[in-house]
Structure formats: C-alpha cells, structure tokens
Design a protein around this ligand. Structure first.
Ligand code: B12
Ligand code: SF4
Length: 368
C-alpha cells in the first residue's frame, strides 16, 4: 500500500478508534490558526485574561502548534461528553440554599482520563503505520487553542458564548487533541454557525461578561472569579455570583442547543459526594482535612480550601436569611485570614439585612 493510501485509510480509522475509546467525535485539521492568533492578541491586549498571565506567556506557541511541538503537521481533535444524568442545573441554580458546582467538575478530574485515552489512540496510530509519529496528547494542559482547532476539525461551531457547540450534542463536552507529524488527508467539513439571531447566553450572563458576541472578558466571568482568581472578589460581583461556588454554566444552561445534549458514558464523571445537589451549609461545614479528602482527584481540589470557603461564604451571603447560616459564618470568622474575613463579614451583613436589594444581574460599565 502506498504511503498516501495508508494515510487515507488511517484518516478513516481514527474517528472509529476514537469512538471505541469513548470519544463522541474525532476530527483532523491542519495547524493554521493565523486569524485566531490575531484575535487572541487583541483579547490579550484588552487585558481580558485578568490574572491568567499564562495565557500570554508562550509567545506564538499557543497559536502555532508546530512551534509548541516541532514537526507537527496535523491536529487530531476529540470531544467527550461530561454531563451526568439527573444533575438538573437550573433547579439547583434557582435554590439559594444549594451550592451550584459547574457540571464539568462534579466527578473525577478529566485531564488524566482524556489524556490516557488520547495516548491510547496515538499508540493505535503508531501501530498502524509501524513507526513513531512524533505524537503528543493535550487536554487543557499546554498552550493550545483547543476550541478553534476543534472547530476547524469539524467538531462544532463556536457559540456567541465562545464555547464549541455541536448540533447533535450541545456544548457539555471536553476537548482534547493529539499533535502529529503525519500529513493526514483533510476532508472534514467545518460546521456552519447556527446561533442565528439568538443572544440568550449574552443576556443571561449574571455579570455581563461578554463585551460583544464571541468575546469573553474573563475578568467578569464567574468561572474565572470563583476558580482562577485568588483574592478579594470585588463587591459588585458578589450578589450576581449567587450560589455558584465553583465555575458557572449559565451561558450553556440557557443555550437552546443543549436540549440535544447527551449524557456522559464515563463512570468517572458521575457526581461524587452528592456535589450536584448539596446544601451550601453542608459544604461550608467541611474542615480543611475533609475538603482535601473529599476533593482528592476532583477538579475542585485545585482552588484549595481558602478559595472554597470564600466562594461558599458568598453563596451563604446570597442565601435566604437563617440562624444556621448566620452562626456558621460567625463561628468560622475568627479563624480566617484578612481576605477571607472580608467575605465572611460581607456575608454576615447580607444575612442580617435580608431586605437589602439583591442585584442578581449587573451591567458592564459603558467604557469597556
Ligand atoms: C482560559 C480558559 C478559560 C477562561 C477564559 C475563557 C475564554 N472564553 O477565553 C475562563 C476561566 C473564564 C474559562 C471558563 C470556562 N471554561 Co475554559 N478554558 C480556557 C482555556 C484554557 C483557554 C481558552 C482560550 O484560549 N481563551 C482565549 C480566548 C482569546 O479564546 P476564545 O474565547 O476562544 O477567543 C476567541 C474569540 O475571542 C475570537 N474573537 C476575538 N475577537 C473577535 C471578534 C469577533 C467579531 C469574532 C467573531 C471573534 C473574535 O477569537 C479568539 C481566538 O479564537 C481552554 C482550554 C484550551 N487550552 O484551549 C478552556 C476551555 C475553553 N474551557 C472550557 C470550559 C468547559 C469552560 C467553562 C464552561 C467551565 C465552567 N463551567 O466554569 C467556562 C465557560 C466560560 C465561557 N463562556 O467561556 C472547555 C470548553 C469546551 C467547549 N465545549 O468548548 C475548554 C476547551 C477546556 C477543555 N479542554 O475542554 N475558561
Ligand atoms: S445561547 Fe444562543 S447565541 Fe448563545 S451560544 Fe447558544 S445558540 Fe448561540
């Protein structure tokens, strides 16, 4: 068989092998991200990355896969559903006594699982061609523009909320990819953008984090504030954060395309410790040891106990006034550092003044 025929056959086998390994779809693309490189630079110039300095720290490696891994000719992009059944995002979001944890973070951390499956896929490719192909697997683990690559590989279109949507599966999925030096044929068609006139995600955002469609100002995004951002959460954001204690899914939960979302097949992504439906007070009662024990191997572990308590305190400040919430906050207050204490005091004041007007949604200032 000629080399070209072999690559042709391989390009047909990769999506099949990918599905056998638990991915819902796999596509192949070239490495050209010329336009996205310019857009990324504009985004960084605006400062939308906030404290995520790492977003701008790798020169052009993020937008040029062959600079990150020399010799890369193609990117094999894969997606895997994570939404667990019966996790009812909207019901939990609407119940102020509950803690809302982003649906991607309810089970085991996805990085290891997906990277392992991608490495298996890379090995199958190697076995088929009978030599190494300079492959490396990535899952949100290196400077890679995963969403634009997946879009180019035909896995979906970018919604106005900046996430990838697939017409048969919505957007509740992770992305990962393999870089390879094989010049696989490109025959995937890119999915047409199907957002149309809809603006639901832009309008529902509690903190008005989208300066315009397809652009997110991370500094205002609740996902950034509760997961990535360390320190004092500016007061204007505390009311709109509501009961979201780890990440935010509002822009996905409202998206009409998510009525086509399919549940995950992975046991590892099923909720642990009832995290999909826990009371704020119950999670707030965990001491540091319990937090470390119960979040071992979970994405929640990353934020550490301080940020966890900070987020829960904001949630309690937004919960219905109750003697239990008030005393839980006052009891823990003496053992907090200055930053945490500021959030606890704010939450206590909120609890003591239930008549305070709660601004569930805020607007971005006109000048940015
Ligand atoms: C940094 C990051 C974040 C940041 C910033 C998000 C962002 N939109 O940039 C924060 C912490 C806020 C975040 C939040 C979330 N994230 Co995140 N995040 C990433 C990460 C590491 C990089 C994303 C990135 O490159 N951002 C930089 C900006 C510039 O990229 P962009 O938004 O795609 O920007 C494009 C547009 O701005 C456009 N553009 C610029 N100007 C203009 C103008 C016009 C007119 C147009 C049309 C376009 C345009 O060009 C840019 C470049 O292509 C990726 C993993 C990875 N390595 O890629 C995961 C990733 C994007 N996140 C993911 C997830 C699941 C989430 C959350 C849902 C988690 C949660 N529940 O809290 C939220 C969703 C928030 C949201 N609406 O984006 C998934 C998305 C999967 C999917 N279906 O698309 C990814 C791919 C991780 C993964 N491996 O699965 N995330
Ligand atoms: S909510 Fe509407 S505008 Fe936003 S991503 Fe979904 S379809 Fe597109």
């Amino acid at each position: 068989m000629s080399n070209a025929d072999k690559l042709e056959q391989l390009a047909e086998l990769i999506p099949i092998w990918g599905r056998e390994l638990g991915f819902q779809a796999v596509g192949i693309t070239d490495t050209n991200l010329h336009q996205q490189e310019k857009d990324l630079q504009r985004w960084l110039d605006k400062g939308y990355q906030g404290d995520m300095k790492w977003m701008g720290e790798h020169g052009n490696k993020r937008s040029r896969p062959d600079e990150l891994l020399p010799g890369t000719k193609r990117v094999i992009s894969a997606r895997m559903n994570y939404l667990a059944p019966a996790t009812e995002p909207i019901r939990v979001l609407k119940d102020s006594s509950k803690a809302y944890v982003s649906r991607y973070a309810l089970g085991r951390d996805y990085h290891k699982l997906i990277r392992k499956r991608l490495s298996q896929l890379a090995k199958q490719i190697e076995d088929f061609i009978g030599r190494e192909h300079g492959a490396r697997a990535f899952v949100d683990s290196a400077p890679v523009m995963e969403r634009p690559l997946a879009e180019k590989a035909g896995l979906g279109w970018t919604g106005k909320h900046t996430l990838l949507i697939n017409r048969e599966a919505g957007s509740w999925f992770f992305l990962g990819e393999i870089f390879t030096n094989l010049e696989l044929p490109l025959n995937q068609e890119q999915e047409k953008n199907q957002c149309g006139d809809c603006k639901a995600c832009l309008q529902v955002c509690p903190t008005d984090a989208f300066p315009k469609p397809y652009v997110l100002d991370a500094r205002r995004c609740i996902s950034y504030l509760t997961i990535e951002y360390d320190g004092l959460i500016p007061e204007e954001f505390r009311d709109p954060i509501g009961n979201r204690v780890f990440g935010c899914d509002d822009c996905q939960a409202i998206c009409p395309w998510n009525k086509y979302a399919q549940h995950t097949h992975e046991q590892d992504f099923l909720p642990r410790h009832k995290l999909h439906d826990s009371d704020l007070l119950e999670l707030f009662s965990w001491n540091e040891e319990e937090f470390l024990q119960r979040t071992a191997g979970s994405p929640l572990r990353r934020i550490g106990y301080q940020r966890w308590q900070r987020n829960l305190a904001i949630g309690l400040g937004n919960a219905k006034a109750s003697a239990e919430a008030h005393s839980a906050l006052t009891e823990k207050l003496p053992n907090t550092d200055a930053v945490l204490a500021e959030h606890f005091r704010w939450a206590i004041t909120q609890q003591e003044n239930p008549q305070r007007r709660r601004k569930r949604k805020i607007k971005r200032p006109d000048n940015n």
